[in-house]
Write a protein that binds this ligand. Sequence first.
Ligand SMILES: Cc1cc2nc3c(=O)[nH]c(=O)nc-3n(C[C@H](O)[C@H](O)[C@H](O)COP(=O)(O)O)c2cc1C
Length: 381
Amino acid sequence: MRLVIHDLTEDNWEIIKQNYSNDRIISDHGTIHPCIGCFSCWNKTPGQCVIRDGYENMGVLIHEASEVIVISRYTYGGFSGFVKNVFDRSLGYVLPQFEVIAGETHHKKRYTEEKPFTFIFYGHNLNTEEKESARRYVNAVCTNVRAYVKEVQFVEYDGQPVTEEPISATQPAKTVFLNGSMRSENGNSAKLALQLGRMLRQDYQIVELKKYSGKMAELLSLLAGAESVVLCTPLYVDGLPSQVIRFMECAEHCSGLLSGNIYVLANMGLYESRQLVNLFSAVKQWCHQTHCSYCGGLGVSAGELVGPLMSFIPFGFGTTKAIAKGMGQLAEAIRQGKECEEIYTEPYCFPRSLYIAIANAGWNRAAKKNGIRRRDLFRQL
Ligand SMILES: Cc1cc2nc3c(=O)[nH]c(=O)nc-3n(C[C@H](O)[C@H](O)[C@H](O)COP(=O)(O)O)c2cc1C
C-alpha cells in the first residue's frame, strides 16, 4: 500500500481521489500539532511521537508504505505548512545516531528499506529556478530521512488567492526577534537570540511565535511596524519548522503588511552548516512574495552543543569563536539597516568526529534517564 500525504482541500481531493483509491491517505483535518522538539520519538518512545493527535505514527506509516507520494502546494521552495508539519512529525522514521554519508553528517536508518518518495508540487507559473529549488530541497529531505527521490512533478494550479482582514500596525521596537522554535525561551534559538541582542547594543524585542498560536493577526500587527525582523529558527527536516511556514503563509496573505528588513538567525543539529542552504532560500523566496527586503543572516551548526556551551563558556571563546564573529557581522548589518551575506558557521576547532561521538553517547544517556534500554533506541515498530 502506498502512503499519500496531501494538503488539498476536500473539493480538489474529490477530483483526483480515484487515482489513490487503494492507498493510505494523510490529509489535513485541522488537528495536527507542530513538533515540539522534545526528541521523545528518539529517546522515550522510539519510533513514535508522544503527541496523540492522530499523526503520532508517521514514522511507522512511512515504513509500512511501499512508496510515499507527497502532494503539496509549492511553498517557498518546499512544502506547505501542513505537509511540512507531517514531515516534522516523522522524525522517528530515522534513528537519532549520526553517521557520515558522502562527506556529510546524517542520521542512521531505523529501518533497512530503500523507500521511494514521489513529490507532486502544485503552483501557478512556477519558473525554472523555483522548480530547481524544490528539486534541491526534496533531495536534501530524502538524503536526511534516508530515502530516495523517485520522481518530482510540477502541476499548474491557479488557485484563488486568500484575502485576509486588514491588520493595523502597533508600535513595536525598531528590531524584533521572532523566535520560531517551539522550545521557546528554553531552546538554542533563544540562547543565540539573546547573544545577538547583546551584540546589537540597541533597543530590541523578542517575540515567541509559540505564544501566538491561533493569534496570527495579533502577531502580524506587532511585527508590521518593525524596521527589522530577525527570524530566529531551528532547522527542521532540512527546512523551516512547520509553525514558521504557517506564520509565513499568513503573512503572505496580508501582503504589504511587513515592510522591514528580514534577517535570519538559524541553527541546526547536524555538523555541516551548509545544510541550512534550503532554509535561507525559503526565507528569501518568502520575502520576494511579501515584498520584504531579504537581508541574509547567520547559520549555526551543532546547535545542541553550542546552545548548552553558551551557558558555561564566555561567548566568542573556543568553540563559539567563529559564531561570535559571524554574529558580530550580523549585528552590524542590522544596526546599519544593511544587507548581510549568508554566513555559515561551525564549531571552532571542534572536529566532526568528536561531535558525532559526543552526540551518539548522549542518546544512550538520554535513554537511561527516560527508563528505557539502550537497545530500545533502535526499536522497529
Ligand atoms: C523535527 C526535527 C527535525 C530536525 N531536522 C533537522 C535537520 O534536518 N537538520 C539538522 O541539522 N537538525 C535538525 N534538527 C535539530 C534542530 O535543528 C536542533 O536541535 C536545533 O538546535 C533546535 O533548536 P531550538 O532549540 O531553537 O529549537 C531537527 C529537530 C527536530 C525536532
